[in-house]
Design a binder for this molecule. Sequence first.
Ligand SMILES: [Cu+2]
Length: 320
Amino acid sequence: MSSTSSDLRPPRCRLLRWSVPRLRAFRRRADRIASDVGSQSNFSRCGALALALTSALAAGLLSSANALAGAVLPESGGSPNADKISDLYEIVLYVGVVVFLFVAGALIYTLVKFRARNGVVAAQIRGNTRLEVGWTAGAALIIVALVVVTFMALPSIQDPAASGTGGLAKANGNLYAVINQPPPPGGQGLTIDVNGQQYIWRFTYPDRTFSYETMVVPIDTTVILKIRAQDVQHSWWIPKLGGKADAVPGYTNETWFKISKAGVYEGQCAELCGRGHANMVARVRAVTPEQYRSWLASQKKEIAASRRFAASQRTAQTPK
Ligand SMILES: [Cu+2]
């Protein structure tokens, strides 16, 4: 379309006078680059390929259920410590949103109200002690308030809750999840050893029974996890049952959870540990104490039968 004389007349607004020639120059440059890159069909093919690859990547990421550990807030609802983490996160998030809205609102208001106008000269102001002290002290107060709230919430995240009355009777293992922590009222919990190995989790129960990948626990019972690694560093993480706990060779980390509702809680190793890391899933199946006892007994029998079978195979293969 041809330009009219009114299009070519310099705009009256100073901002337009500055931006219009620059936008026109940018467009000319973009046209030149597009013609250098090649024909329109080539460009479309490249664009379609890039779009397809990006879509495939996004679909792959979104289809992994374990990767969606709460889009905005941490997952919760499985254990009291996970609930407390989520509560604390919500408090910090809401304070952050209010601060953001206040700062962004003030910025937009100022940009609009004091925008450049023809014939108006901006007042040259240097410093404002009351304002500067105000926003420094205000920001410091917000941080102090968040620190106080965080330290108040931390004990309920770190210290294991007591097992409930509907939990496993005579669960063994003391309720210690952090060093020098006094035992909580209400007795004991069930201690399970968690061992990270490339690329599977092994769980060892108090009577040396073990399982891989799926941990079976009784509901309403505080479960203390002693987390170790056999080879490289891994990270134990079941989002609905609390935060991550690193599994580091040579160290024992401890965490806990207490599940009130029977069900399956999914998780994933959260530390890149090698080629098979993505397959290193973890699962906690919470059942009633009676179901837990019968599962433990049948697991024990299966392990004994497997050991007998392995021993017979070794005997059969030993040269005579
Ligand atoms: Cu891993």
